[in-house]
Design a protein around this ligand. Sequence first.
Ligand SMILES: [Zn+2]
Length: 281
Amino acid sequence: MDRPLSLLQILGGFGFSAIIGGVGYKRQALDTSGVLGAIITGTLIFGLGGWAWGLLLIVFFVSSSALSFYRAREKENLAEKFAKGHRRDLGQALANGGAAALLALLSRFFPLDQQSAGMWFAACAGAMASVNADTWATELGVLSPRPPRLITTCKRVEIGTSGGITWMGIGASLGGALLIGLLSGASALVLRRGWTETGLLVWAATAGGAAGSLFDSLLGATVQAIYWCETCQKETERPVHRCDTETQALRGWQWLNNDRVNFLASVVGALVAAGLYWGWQ
Ligand SMILES: [Zn+2]
């Protein structure tokens, strides 16, 4: 999957991400800064990684947008994460596509020999599988008929609590990771890299996504910054609550907001996928 750098491909990546960003804005999936985020990450991923990398980004974007519209009215009342008019901003775009964009850059600065060039792609697939798993788990897990339990203590928590998990959420997360895994394997088949490479990519990306998603929940339950809204008497992930009250720090590390948790989880997904790919090769 190693090709010379092409200006045309970078321009194509820019044009394509601008269109995707525009559609996302129109469908109210992105705000203005989110469009910028989509263009930055999309241009790097498509322009430097190539179509197989870009495909994973698109499938993540389309499937997670579709899921956020799925039973949206119901979810609005279940947890504040799903409050009406919620558009993804720059921070969220970078949290979700940032790791894959960085990997696309790294793959150009440190090109590997033909034999191991697939490792950069495996890492990208692991990162995208991780954010896809996490988004699917969030969007579908909230609809679980049973209340979530905290991943660390197994105590019952309110719906929408960081680090709270349900069986439905775990299933959704594995499904989200597997979809990215299958697609990365399919692109290896299209590129005639053989069945071994295909199977390895499916396994590495899916396992990476599951690991990243697990890491996300663990951070959410332990060190992610959580605030308290005095007005609503509720825990929240936001320094300013949706009721416009400035909230007080309750626990966790102040710098570690939800976007950074997502980004770190995608880095873990990339590392696990690259490690598995490397080890099995
Ligand atoms: Zn409030």
